[in-house]
Design a protein around this ligand. Structure first.
Ligand SMILES: Nc1ncnc2c1ncn2[C@@H]1O[C@H](COP(=O)(O)OP(=O)(O)OP(=O)(O)O)[C@@H](O)[C@H]1O
Length: 362
């Protein structure tokens, strides 16, 4: 299957004159041959590749970078490691299994199995879905491709499918981790009456492409709205991992990890800071900590870490939430400034987020 895909990519690359695709498909074949100790074939393939015309062929619509699948993805160098993330146990275990299945794929294949390679991550924003995908790419030593919806979704009939085809043609030329963030924006429920037939065609085409993808392309899709996904799309994923919002205790441990690396330890315990932050995502807790350090660094030695922390907690209590920005509840910051507000006040209307007191436990 994997091999036949590579051969098809080679034929397509030859037909369209896409030298990048030709090179990456050949390199993938070379890697495969070497993995099977077929060094003579691998050497011949490499020699053949080196004789490919140096002069680039005239650009055509199909072969131009603007028209290739490469435009619809962003290639990032994965740096994050799984051990740097605070993950729920099932996610951590799922991640380790996934990595093992791919690093020891030859053992599985010897028994007629392929490693799992279609993974769905769900959960509220800022709790590590993107980071997890990056960490999987890092652990496997693979490029991390992030799908760019701005370049993928077209307004003309059939345009999105044509771009999806190019995207999949491009990624199947080499092992990689392909990441679809906000996957619900493309894999939506086909029964949605507000959508035209176009979305159905896109979802059907996407399913077909997912089915045909070789296992050396690990597709990781993330969604904040798993309930919006088409059932058939949901079923396609071999591993589904939930990233729930962290509770206060986990945020406390997370804060402690960060704070313990600061040059000066604040007097307040991480647990007490977590209580003051209220219900937050890991990303929000991290932002908060980074702001404290920014404040202290710019204080040029005049500001202690405790002052910086207290000051940032004061600001935190006056934060404008997305609900205010969306007009779902009134903002009180117009009539009241941070300095007007007593330090321990936390009476802003709650909308899921607990407004913390700004007084530190010392
Ligand atoms: N579980 C976690 N452990 C450690 N750090 C985390 C965790 N979750 C998020 N972070 C930090 O927050 C940042 C943003 O998280 P990330 O982009 O992975 O969240 P996400 O779930 O993909 O959010 P979105 O749904 O908005 O795309 C990361 O760069 C990371 O530094």
């Amino acid at each position: 299957m994997a091999r036949s895909d590579l051969l098809i990519s080679l034929v397509r690359a030859g037909a369209s004159g896409d030298r990048a695709m030709l090179k990456s498909a050949t390199e993938a074949l070379v890697a495969e041959e070497r993995a099977q100790n077929h060094h003579i074939v691998a050497d011949r393939l490499e020699r053949a590749l080196s004789t490919v015309a140096i002069t680039p062929p005239a650009l055509t619509a199909a072969s131009s970078p603007a028209g290739s699948g490469k435009d619809t993805i962003l290639e990032l160098e994965p740096r994050l490691q799984l051990s740097q993330l605070m993950l729920p146990l099932p996610v951590e275990q799922g991640g380790r299994q996934l990595i093992e299945e791919h690093t020891r794929a030859d053992v599985l294949r010897a028994h007629g199995y392929e490693p799992r390679h279609r993974i769905l991550l769900s959960g509220p924003p800022g709790n590590g879905k993107t980071s997890f995908a990056e960490a999987v790419a890092e652990a496997l030593g693979l490029p991390f491709f992030v799908v760019r919806y701005d370049a993928l979704i077209g307004s003309y009939l059939g345009e999105t499918n044509a771009r999806l085809r190019k995207l999949f043609d491009y990624v199947r030329t080499r092992p990689s981790v392909l990441f679809f963030d906000e996957f619900d924006s493309i894999g939506k429920e086909r029964g949605d009456t507000h959508e035209t037939g176009e979305i159905k065609r896109v979802v059907s085409f996407l399913l077909m492409q997912l089915d045909q993808l070789p296992s050396y392309v690990v597709v990781i899709a993330a969604t904040n709205h798993a309930e919006l996904l088409d059932r058939a799309v949901w079923r396609r994923f071999q591993m589904r991992l939930a990233f729930p919002a962290p509770d206060r205790q986990r945020i406390g441990v997370f804060l402690n990890r960060i704070i313990s690396q600061w040059p000066d330890a604040p007097k307040a315990a991480a647990k007490s800071i977590a209580a003051k932050l209220g219900t937050v995502s890991f990303a929000e807790a991290l932002d908060f900590c980074q702001n404290v350090r920014r404040r202290q660094i710019l204080g040029l030695g005049e500001l202690s870490i405790d002052d910086a922390l207290r000051s940032e907690l004061d600001l935190w209590a006056t934060r404008v939430s997305p609900e205010v920005l969306n007009g779902e509840r009134p903002d009180q910051t117009d009539t009241e400034t941070a300095s007007d507000r007593p330090a321990a006040k936390s009476t802003r209307p709650s909308s899921g987020r607990t407004r913390p007191s700004t007084k530190l436990n010392r």
